[in-house]
Design a protein around this ligand. Sequence first.
Ligand SMILES: *[C@@H]1O[C@H](CO)[C@@H](O)[C@H](O)[C@H]1NC(C)=O
Ligand SMILES: *[C@@H]1O[C@H](CO)[C@@H](O)[C@H](O)[C@H]1NC(C)=O
Length: 361
Amino acid sequence: MSIVVRILSLGWVMMMIMSITNVADADISSNLLENIAEINEEGPYLGIVVPKTFELDPLLRSSNFLPHATIPQLDYAGRRFRVGTLENRKVIAVVSGNSMLNSGLATQLLLSLFKIEGVLHFGVAGNVNPQIKIGDVTIPQYWAHTGLWNWQRYGDRPGDALAFESTGDYTRNYGYLNFAKYKVGRLNGKVSDVWYPDNYLNNVWYQPEEIYSIDGEPENRQHIFWVPVNKHYYRLARKLEDIVLEQCANSATCLPQTPKVVTVRRGVSANVLVDNAAYRDFLYSKFKAAPVDMESAAVALVCHQQKTPFIVIRAISDLANGTSFIESSNFSSLAVQNAVKVAVKFITLSLNEMLTLDAAQ
Ligand SMILES: *[C@@H]1O[C@H](CO)[C@@H](O)[C@H](O)[C@H]1NC(C)=O
Ligand SMILES: *[C@@H]1O[C@H](CO)[C@@H](O)[C@H](O)[C@H]1NC(C)=O
């Protein structure tokens, strides 16, 4: 390298460093850093992540929530972190916004900025399991992101390796969706497993996420598809199954049955709003999922990598199969109310459990 090039590249590196420092200074103001430090002194907190304001508002308005006396909220990166106590448990709650990117991002900000001992994620969801009804509150044991795909070349069969499979980037372990099976008009009038080669969309194969563990070697990737919620939280969640839930949104709109809290095996999330009977049936038959939403698996993936215990509570507001709009306009407020009820009960139970554990030590 010539001396001129060396001097120029050194200058460039210094400019980069200076601009990064500037960005950092401008981004988290010293005032905000002080407030975060003060809040963290009083931690740890239970983090609460909720997709939308209509899901968080009932909790903030309930008499169970007391805002922090001096720093009730902190705003950063377009998010508002609300600090307070819920049933005497210290909490920080944030509305993430819709979809995987927003919910993953908001969860990571929460964990990076604050002293968080666990995360509770709740909201409403669609449902693909025929045993579960609108109004039921589901608590899955595993979450998967079902939106990371490898779209197979036309002409290739399930026995053929996927693009880049041999380098370890992709796998055929979790199954695929074959578009040709979902033609309108079937072969000889019936659904069958006969191979339909005449659809250029062929197959999409579901892929595990690439993750980087907080205590692992940096840049050393691992893969995970089914992300387990915290064992201890899940055991506590089983105790929520006898909560009595509301059946009516108002005197005119009632569910045909009393809704119930159910712990279920699996939930799935992707950047896809599902309101399609065929895809709903596919998600159930392939993955045996119950709730389907656009955020929970992202919260799960972030908490799993950061080794932070988490649990997800999702109340069913629609059946994801063609009438979602009408169903959720009738029942989403009832679903939110019931989700909040279960979330508050979880917080109380987990606090009691902590106190018992502390007393035993
Ligand atoms: C949606 O699913 C429910 C429950 O399984 C079923 O009763 C209903 O007929 C389905 N609707 C459509 C449009 O497939
Ligand atoms: C849901 O709302 C629609 C339209 O407002 C109404 O026709 C329907 O009867 C309602 N369903 C239930 C179960 O309340």
